[in-house]
Design a protein around this ligand. Structure first.
Ligand code: FES
Length: 124
């Protein structure tokens, strides 16, 4: 009953397809897109991992996600209207397809990774 009141936790794996890179990976229940991508060794850009820097942003092309935090404080109205999401704060609700502009070209432990520019995104 409480789940009905407070929302359901995803109970099944979801498949994520990432354009234009052709990546495809599984997200376990309770994982965010970013956690799953990094667990699969993908160079998804990220910095804070708590929803404040927007480095991990991507555009949701198909499907639905559950946002763990209110992203309206860090994303613009235009980005929200264009279905931009934060991978570190998004749990898929079923299979999703997203667009990720730029990928990380350095290892996470490389100091240069902390200065990486946010991902490029197409116009809405
Ligand atoms: S890594 Fe900073 S908002 Fe996702």
């Amino acid at each position: 009953m409480l789940r009905g009141l407070f929302g359901r936790r995803p109970s099944a794996r979801a498949t994520v397809q990432v354009e234009p890179h052709g990546w495809r990976f599984e997200v376990e229940p309770g994982q965010t897109l970013l956690q799953a991508a990094l667990a699969h060794g993908l160079p998804w850009p990220s910095r804070c991992r708590v929803g404040s820097c927007t480095t991990c942003r991507c555009r949701l092309l198909e499907g639905e996600v559950r946002a763990l935090t209110d992203t309206s404080y860090v994303l613009t109205k235009e980005q929200l209207a264009g279905r931009v999401i934060l991978a570190c704060q998004s749990q898929p609700r079923g299979d999703v397809r997203v667009h990720l502009g730029r990928v990380r070209t350095t290892l996470p432990c490389d100091a240069a990774a902390n200065d990486a520019a946010p991902a490029d995104l197409p116009s809405p």
